[in-house]
Design a protein around this ligand. Structure first.
Ligand code: PHE
Length: 370
């Protein structure tokens, strides 16, 4: 009988030492593959005498079976190790601190605008909008501005280059053109169809938006925000205006002791006209509402001038109402103590990180900074 123990020991040692599945497969082919050493031995049985085959047969077959088993065992071990390594490499350490999450902030102006709209919505107002680029008619003429009113001059208003028809469009100087767009049926087409906001009276709308004036200091920026209000019905009077604004101010500043005053004023599109001030304390370099003896102007308003109603095709003997325009950024400065309006639009993310609001804040308009 040929002694195969040396071959078996040699192959066994190589199998044990196989570093990976690829090396192991190479060994399997070299021993048990078609051209492998053990396969050659098996083939040699055919040429042996029956006696020799009797002893060699079991020996060689045994050798093949043992090597096959060893390769199988080594394969299982290598596969297990590979899996372990993979799990180890991809291990999640749940105790690691989470990477910082960058989240956008809601700009205070938009936050305050939403708060204001929510308060007026509770009072039954709906929202109407108009285009930033207006025509002279909606911004001035329909609103009763006399031809030589200073607001019609370059030093107050941003005019665009005249169009082919010679008409000079402008960046609206206030949200009051929204009044005209809501009341007047035959709107002059300016901007997109979403600004076709005509309604039959009775009317109760607020109109938020950006407005533009040639102006820049701590409380004025060339672009700022207003919220227009318009109520048209049969028997609306100045008392309704005062109540509505008082109720709004108390709700907005979350204080019952807010004192307001109306000062007579002039606007071409309201008669009588007034400005409203809020009593506050400005002594400690901060504005405090509900205390002190200072006054801060926050809006203009009045009874809609009969000419405006007529310009919009409403009969002034049948309909009347009030209008107001609130400064949105002004109110944001007051409510959240931001001293300089110019910072609002400087696009400084540090400022926004400090004064901005979480997009997931409590939608309750009475909730404060979050
Ligand atoms: N449009 C006026 C302004 O911008 C404010 C206003 C609105 C006044 C409505 C009266 C009525 O100053």
């Amino acid at each position: 009988m040929t002694d195969h123990s040396e071959l078996e020991a040699d192959l066994s040692a190589q199998i044990e030492a196989a570093a990976d599945l690829e090396a192991l497969e190479g060994l399997r082919v070299a021993a048990l593959g078609k051209a492998g050493v053990v396969s050659a031995l098996l083939r040699s049985l055919g040429q042996m005498s029956p006696e020799a085959r009797k002893t060699e047969g079991p020996a060689i077959n045994g050798l093949r079976d043992r090597l096959t088993a060893k390769i199988g065992a080594r394969k299982a071990a290598l596969e297990e190790a590979a899996l372990e390594a993979e799990l180890e490499a991809g291990r999640l350490d749940l105790s690691l601190p989470a990477p910082p999450r960058r989240r956008g902030q809601v700009h205070p102006t938009l936050q305050v605008m939403d708060e204001m709209i929510a308060i007026f919505a509770e009072m039954g107002f709906s929202v109407a909008e108009g285009p930033d680029i207006e025509d002279d008619f909606h911004n001035f003429t329909a609103l009763n501005f006399p031809p030589r009113h200073p607001a019609r001059e370059m030093h107050d208003t941003f005019f665009l280059k005249p169009g082919a028809d010679g008409e000079r469009k402008l960046l609206r100087t206030h949200t009051s053109p929204i009044q005209v767009r809501v009341m007047r049926r035959t709107n002059v087409a300016v901007g997109a169809p979403q600004f076709e906001v005509f309604q039959d009276p009775p009317i109760r709308i607020v109109g938020p938006g950006r407005v533009y004036r040639c102006d820049s200091d701590a409380t004025h920026t060339p672009m700022f925000h207003q919220l227009e209000g318009l109520v048209i019905d049969k028997a609306i009077h100045m008392g309704h205006l005062k109540w509505t604004l008082d109720a709004f101010v108390r709700r907005f500043f979350e204080a019952d002791n807010v004192v307001t005053r109306f000062r007579p004023h002039h606007f071409p599109f309201t008669e009588p006209s007034a400005e409203m001030d809020v009593q506050c304390d400005r002594s400690a370099g901060q504005v405090k509402i509900g205390a002190g003896s200072d006054w801060l102007e926050i809006l203009g308003g009045g009874m809609v001038h009969p000419n405006i109603l007529a310009n919009c095709g409403l009969d002034p003997d049948e309909w009347q109402g009030f209008a107001f325009g609130l400064g949105v950024d002004r109110l944001a400065m007051l409510k959240y103590g931001m001293p300089d309006l110019r910072d609002f639009f400087a696009a400084d993310v540090r400022w926004l990180g400090h004064y901005g609001f979480s997009a997931f804040a409590d939608p309750n308009p009475a909730s404060g900074l979050s």
